[in-house]
Design a protein around this ligand. Structure first.
Ligand code: NAP
Ligand code: G4F
Length: 342
């Protein structure tokens, strides 16, 4: 089996390529040209087993050439501008990467699939997101049947990608699926996402290298799982007999504040909170040291308040469940960051 993964250098790409290699796949990874080889998330031995192909997600002709040359059995489209906050600053490029580029792949697959009856059909996985739901209180737990109400340029872009996948599946019988994934984190998470920002900052504060941590909305609730578990779900989605869309989630939700408390505990801090809104601070109860301050710069023009997924369909149809608990995830990330800053 041959797989093409876009976004190979990202968090999920790094775990997915390991999984597929372990299953005997020949793995091709799309990487945009940077002039230097840079795959900090991928182990050197794993990298040696990958075929890296250079190309940009927005270059239709290059993508077409790559797909025709590689002729993968499966395409996992993970590449995106994946930061929700940044999508308010760069809505146009975000829209192109998560909307237009999805259509590029579907058009290429339509062309390849229809070329001749002997050509093997390509299966397509689209990295869709729980951001589609909008997280309005009262809609939880969110499942495949919950109405969408996107609150950011990122979510609107991903919603267009979601609908293109559904349309091409229904209209052209392409084996195309959306994985509607809730937040999944790991020690390989980008440092500008809230979980990794917290674990890295607290490790630095503990080591005396940073004074305090600045955050935005502490009340947001997320259904946080471990990325390593979620890539297994992506693979299972494409092994299902029929193409379909699936929610992958843990079924548990926590506030950003709870994430800070849990990470703090592991480093010997008993974080207590004082003040409200922009005046809120988090202090270590024993020493009185201020660990967290609010910086409104990290507030978003549109916020998703509450994400809590219902993964029942994935469990029933795919036999998939998130194995790693919230506490195990936080511990894994804190321990990795204590090591990473040494
Ligand atoms: P990530 O770490 O931000 O990785 C994004 C990847 O996309 C990187 O490899 C990046 O390459 C690549 N990329 C961006 N623009 C590109 C372009 N123009 N051409 C080629 N490659 C490009 O994201 P992730 O956390 O692994 O998430 C993977 C996918 O799942 C994303 O589509 C994300 O939106 C979606 N998703 C993530 C979560 C989550 O909680 N992690 C939940 C739901 C959905 P560079 O290294 O060159 O920047
Ligand atoms: O970690 P975040 O930036 O992740 P967010 O916005 O939930 O998006 C992630 O998960 C989505 C799936 O639901 C993916 F589709 C998407 O690609 C990405 O992987 O923020 C989580 C929450 C937000 O409510 C944010 O406002 O944390 C809040 N937050 C509070 N302070 C902060 C901060 N977020 C960031 N990044 N930085 C802060 O300082």
């Amino acid at each position: 089996m041959k797989a093409l993964i876009t976004g190979i250098s990202g968090q999920d790409g790094s775990y997915l390529c390991e999984l597929l290699l372990s299953k005997g796949y020949e793995v091709y990874g799309l990487d945009r040209r940077k002039g230097i080889e840079s795959f900090p998330r991928i182990d050197k031995k794993v990298l040696e087993r990958l075929h890296i192909v250079e190309g940009d997600l927005l270059d239709f002709e290059r993508l077409r050439q790559i797909v025709k040359e590689v002729m993968p059995d499966e395409i996992y489209n993970l590449a995106a501008q994946s930061h929700v906050g940044y999508s308010f600053k760069a809505p146009i490029s975000t829209f192109e990467m998560s909307g237009k580029a999805v259509l590029f792949f579907l058009e290429i697959i339509r062309e390849v699939n229809s070329a001749s009856a002997d050509v093997p059909k390509i299966k397509f996985y689209q990295a869709s997101t729980s951001e589609l739901f909008g997280g309005d209180p009262g809609t939880e737990p969110q499942s495949e049947t919950t109405p969408f109400n996107p609150h950011s340029p990122y979510a609107i872009a991903k919603l267009s990608g979601f609908h293109f996948v559904k349309l091409y599946r229904e209209a052209y019988k392409i084996f195309a699926c959306n994985g509607i994934l809730f937040n999944h984190e790991s020690p390989r998470r980008g440092a500008d996402f809230v979980t990794r920002k917290v674990t890295l900052a607290l490790a630095n504060i503990k080591a005396g290298r940073q004074e305090f941590l600045e955050l935005g909305n502490m009340d947001a609730k997320r259904d946080w799982g471990f990325a390593g578990d979620y890539v297994e779900g992506m693979w299972r989605i494409l092994q299902n007999d029929t193409p379909d869309d699936f929610v992958l989630a843990t079924g548990e939700t926590h506030t950003v504040r709870e994430f800070v408390e849990e990470a703090g505990k592991l480093l010997g801090y008993d974080v207590v909170w004082e003040g409200k809104a922009e005046k809120e601070i988090g202090k270590d109860k024993k020493t009185g040291k201020i660990i967290v301050k609010i910086n409104p710069e990290f507030y978003r023009p549109g916020e998703v308040n509450l994400l809590l997924g219902d993964p029942a369909k994935a469990k029933k149809v795919l036999g998939w469940t998130a194995k790693t608990s919230f506490k195990e995830l936080v511990k894994m990330m804190v321990e990795a960051d204590v090591e990473s800053i040494k």
